[in-house]
Design a binder for this molecule. Structure first.
Ligand code: GDP
Length: 535
């Protein structure tokens, strides 16, 4: 590779930051996303996008917005520039669209932003997504949202993260009051107070007054109780709080915390600036050839998401690739590690360009969408140069289980083909009873929508109408050590044993409590909520 190309890749990597937002529905993800785009100059005025009621509606909202404003938005990645950085925000489907894609997207993210509603603190969906981030040890930045509403005490919010997530916190800024008495934040980096002005309504970039902590004006501007509380709390943070440690942040052991209000824009820019300073740029990925650094001269990437068109007339599918190394160029020919075939990437999706033309080039940290001619499945590696294969993407703990029945025996073949293709594509996990006489596959999903998608696609793409019978389980655990670890235990109570598509044993439970009971009965048993990766 020429020195010129090498330095082009290096500078592209240095400029890139990629992240995904993990949050519970209603915490303000849509609002924060929109505000980030506002600062990125991608939109001039926020509020044009209605709050999304469902992801599907939102997708069309984004598309509409894209058309109106000629910017690059898809429901998979939003790209914007700020302060010389090139930022990729990977969208994690939520709400009714919560599915394994939500988890898989985190496999493509270098950083995560944990968004909390300041009145609610940690919520279930956030906890689940956090586990995936923890497994990957990616840096987590916390944004405490809705400070303009009555909320919980900031110290209590930090404490909850420390206790429940065993994650150290470092408050980068500190709120002054909340709800009607929200007055702004103290930024510990610059040691300045940023006062909140309600009048902006969050439509335009917030302008605010900035004062030093010792400025006598501050005492006049704040109510006496808020002023003294601020002095006390700042002292407390400096005294007993953790010191900021970037190495721990990068290793996912400490989270920088920001307070703000996405709706009114307040604190969003302070957050963005710090994130750009402290966030990780695209780094290495583990592969069969060892760790592959982004400046490795050959192109490589892996597929983390497949999106099928729900319209049966257009059966095209898009494979989303996280670029890991080198430079992607339109029309390039790559090797497909799993099959050993070569594939020409001739029609990269129109993800980024202002005018919706196709992508001509992409760099590590970017995501490209390829029209999938049926060759790609989740976790596949594509590369040029020496053969390499990235670590696969794990199976995530399903919570919804259902028997899938085919009432029409003459459709047996189509049924099997459909089930197996949808599984390969990653639309749903499939498990089977250990009893060979029970042939109905068990659909195992993390979100309800996955079941609907499977039925819909079996009917429209494979011509098979199916019946779904929900099973009373909500928890799946893989067994460390596989079948040999289970055998000596004899009959298990409080769970049933099934096998996954790789013939590995999986235990299904009605609830978490039953998991605890079983582990109590068999202390030698080790269970995993996330399946080991299969290549
Ligand atoms: P999502 O479900 O996480 O995408 O949440 P949305 O962005 O759709 O926000 C959910 C609701 O919370 C909407 O009604 C927003 O207007 C509101 N909201 C979001 N951020 C804030 C905030 O900072 N303050 C207040 N008061 N409301 C907010």
């Amino acid at each position: 590779m020429s020195a010129e190309l090498q330095s082009l890749i290096q500078s592209a990597v240095d400029q890139r930051r990629n992240f995904a937002i993990i949050s519970h529905p209603d915490a303000g993800k849509t609002t924060l996303t929109e505000k980030l785009l506002l600062y990125g100059g991608a939109i001039q005025e926020a509020g044009a996008v209605k709050a999304r009621r469902s992801q599907r509606q939102a997708t069309s909202d984004w598309m509409e917005m894209e058309k109106q404003r000629g910017i690059s938005i898809t429901s998979t990645v939003l790209q914007f520039d700020y302060d010389g950085y090139h930022i990729n925000l990977l969208d994690t489907p939520g709400h009714q669209d919560f599915s394994e894609d939500t988890y898989r997207t985190l496999a493509a993210a270098d950083n995560a932003v944990m968004l909390e509603d300041g009145a609610k603190g940690l919520e279930p969906q956030t906890l689940k997504l956090f586990e995936v981030c923890r497994m990957r040890r990616i840096p987590i930045f916390t944004f405490m949202n809705k400070m303009d509403r009555p909320g919980r005490e900031p110290l209590e919010l930090l404490d909850e993260i420390e206790q429940r997530l065993a994650l150290k916190t470092y408050a980068v800024n500190w709120p002054i009051g909340n709800g009607d008495r929200f007055r702004g934040v103290f930024d510990r980096r610059s040691q300045t107070v940023h006062l909140f002005e309600r009048s902006t309504h969050g439509k335009r970039q917030a302008t605010n007054q900035i004062l030093t902590l010792g400025d006598p004006q501050l005492e006049r501007l704040l109510e006496p109780d808020l002023y003294s509380k601020l002095q006390e709390e700042v002292e407390l943070l400096e005294g007993v709080g953790e010191d900021f440690d970037l190495t721990q942040v990068h290793g996912g052991a400490m989270t920088p915390v920001f307070f703000g209000s996405a709706m009114t824009n307040f604190g969003v820019e302070l957050f963005l600036k710090s994130f750009l300073d402290y966030g990780l740029k695209p780094g290495y990925h583990r592969s069969t050839q060892g760790d592959i650094e982004p400046d490795y001269p050959e192109f490589s990437g892996f597929i983390f998401k497949l999106q099928a068109n729900m319209d049966p007339k257009h059966r095209d599918r898009v494979a989303f690739v996280r670029v890991c190394s080198g430079k992607f160029e339109k029309d390039m020919t790559v090797n497909h590690a799993r099959t050993g075939k070569t594939v020409r990437l001739s029609r990269p999706q129109k993800l980024f360009a202002q005018d919706r033309e196709s992508v001509d080039e992409a760099f590590p940290g970017d995501v490209i969408g390829l029209n999938n001619p049926g060759v790609f499945t989740i976790g596949d590696t594509i590369y040029t140069g020496k053969k390499l294969e990235y670590e696969g993407i794990p199976c995530f703990s399903p919570e919804i289980f259902a028997l899938l029945r085919n009432p029409n025996p003459s459709k047996f073949k189509q049924f099997n083909k459909g089930v197996s293709e949808l599984r390969e594509e990653g639309a749903v996990q499939i498990m089977y009873s250990v009893d060979e006489s029970k042939r109905d596959p068990i659909l195992a999903a993390v979100g309800q929508l996955q079941l609907e998608v499977v039925r819909f696609r079996l009917e429209y793409e494979y011509g098979v109408e199916t019946l779904v019978e929900l099973l009373p389980y909500t928890v799946a655990r893989w067994v460390e050590g596989g079948w040999p670890a289970l055998e000596p235990l004899g009959r298990l109570f409080n769970s049933i044993t099934v096998k996954d598509s790789w013939q590995r044993p999986v235990l299904l439970f009605r609830n978490e409590w039953n998991v605890g009971q079983l582990l109590g009965d068999h202390p030698s048993l080790h269970l995993q909520a996330i399946a080991p990766v299969t290549v």
